[in-house]
Design a protein around this ligand. Structure first.
Ligand code: GLP
Length: 225
């Protein structure tokens, strides 16, 4: 079982996680972060940009990407540029995304574990794009997205047909190697799955449930949506 800290607004959720990132950055300028995309971390990135922190020695690793043109307006590469990278002094060459050379992404992460990994959760319990059934020791790989995920993410693409069906994601094993993990969730539609993941059995059918076994996990939730 892992405790869920409930915050009273989306603003507080974003600020709380931004405080953690800021503390990490101030403690070690050469921090390594694993970063998420999606609607949940938008407030976090906005908050971080406003704080004008020094990102010049930071390395970032994104959790996942769709298999699509990286310059597409809805790609995760574009999302990160628009919401964080282009608004900080981070070096573009220090911003890493998984690609088809999955081994090399693993090697880049393996030797030195990330100081901080920030995660969202999908309505089916996925983290990154580790869909139900993903193995707990899985590593970076190409995956087919779940029907539920395609449906959920179609809001960014206008239709299910136009939504990517494949992605490259860090594995659950890759994520679990991080020194510290923060899981953030917003919205009533996320509470049931979040509660199940944190308080029910650890099962591959709820990929986020493996986080219960991490020794440095914090979970923050608000129900503003
Ligand atoms: C997406 C991403 C996840 C993200 C999740 C929730 O599909 N691959 O990394 O955590 O779904 O997204 P949102 O915050 O938009 O609900």
């Amino acid at each position: 079982m892992s405790a869920i800290t409930i915050l009273n607004s989306y603003n507080s959720l974003s600020k709380k996680v931004a405080d953690i990132v800021e503390e990490q950055l101030k403690e070690n300028r050469i921090s390594r972060f694993i970063l998420p995309t999606g609607s949940t971390p938008l407030g976090l990135y906005k908050e971080l940009v406003n704080r004008e922190l020094d990102w010049s020695s930071v390395m970032t690793y994104n959790l996942d990407v769709y298999i699509m043109n990286p310059s597409h307006s809805q790609s995760y590469q574009t999302y990160m540029k628009e919401n964080l990278f282009d608004k900080t002094n981070i070096y573009p060459s220090n911003c890493q995304f998984p690609d088809r050379n999955v081994q090399s992404y693993e090697v880049r992460l393996k030797g030195i574990p990330a100081d901080l990994c920030i995660l969202g959760i999908g309505t089916n319990g996925h983290i990154a794009f580790n869909e139900p059934g993903s193995l707990f020791d899985s590593r970076t790989r190409v995956v087919h997205l779940d029907e539920q995920t395609i449906q959920d993410n179609s809001r960014f693409f206008g239709s299910v047909d136009d939504t990517p069906k494949q992605a490259i994601t860090m594995g659950l094993g890759t994520i679990m190697d991080s020194k510290r993990i923060i899981l953030m969730a917003n919205g009533k539609n996320k509470f049931e799955i979040l509660n199940k993941a944190m308080n029910d059995e650890v099962t591959t059918m709820v990929p986020a449930s493996i986080l219960q076994e991490h020794n440095n996990l914090e979970v923050y939730y608000c129900d503003e949506k």
